[in-house]
Write a protein that binds this ligand. Structure first.
Ligand SMILES: Nc1ncnc2c1ncn2[C@@H]1O[C@H](COP(=O)(O)OP(=O)(O)O)[C@@H](O)[C@H]1O
Ligand SMILES: [Mg+2]
Length: 208
């Protein structure tokens, strides 16, 4: 099973995944956690270009292609082989991030982006996508509070982040069988409990 985590900045994706992985492993689930962009040596090199605050001049098209380059590599080098071995893969961000940020955020053609993402992933889409949904300002404030986590992609204006959030919600409503919306404004513990029960349910219904 291929599970992805999506949501605006500061919604808690990166902090929720490690305790979730520990919990699911203790339940006997064979899990492989990874993140986007990154997750292979080549993808990590591309990630550092994308996150570099010095690269303010980066054009949105350049940005898309770099995300896709990183993703194409992790899909073939890591995600597909793990899934083929029966492993459940958990990914912190995936193709839906491109639709949310470049499509809804930057206003690029979403039909074209979907085709580009089909090419990039070789048609590999998640079985389940968790949307950690949060008020944009609340998410950005969380990010600012934990210094060091601020990167080039957080520096866009608020309206951009609001379009991203609404884009995520629209995608989740378009494909309710794949997406699960979680209220990420709750405490870290409450979000973790919700995630545990959602994934136990999904994994159990998959096994039946
Ligand atoms: N439910 C929560 N309540 C309060 N703070 C949170 C919560 N979830 C995450 N945080 C904090 O917010 C910051 C951003 O979280 P992070 O997991 O990096 O978000 P994301 O990966 O979605 O951008 C971190 O400092 C984290 O500890
Ligand atoms: Mg993160």
């Amino acid at each position: 099973m291929f599970i992805t985590f999506e949501g605006p900045e500061g919604s808690g994706k990166t902090s929720q995944i490690p305790p979730l992985v520990d919990f699911l492993r203790a339940q006997g689930v064979d899990l492989f956690p990874t993140r986007e962009p990154g997750g292979t040596p080549i993808s990590d090199q591309v990630r550092s270009i994308l996150m570099n605050m010095d690269n303010q001049a980066m054009h949105p098209r350049t940005e898309i292609l770099l995300f896709c380059a990183s993703r194409a590599q992790i899909v073939e080098q890591v995600i597909r082989p793990k899934l083929a071995h029966g492993c459940t893969v958990l990914c912190d961000r995936y193709a839906d991030s491109t639709l949310a940020y470049q499509g809804y955020g930057h206003g690029l053609d979403k039909v074209f982006l979907r085709e580009l993402l089909e090419f990039t992933t070789g048609g590999l889409w998640p079985d389940c996508t968790i949307l950690l949904d949060i008020d944009v300002q609340q998410g950005l404030q969380r990010k600012q509070q934990c210094r060091g986590e601020w990167n080039r992609l957080d520096a866009y204006e608020l309206a951009f982040h609001e379009r991203v959030r609404q884009g995520y919600l629209e995608m989740a409503h378009q494909q309710p069988e794949r997406w699960q919306i979680v209220d990420a404004s709750q405490s870290q513990e409450a979000v973790q409990q919700t995630l545990r029960s959602i994934l136990l349910n999904r994994l159990a219904s998959r096994a039946r």
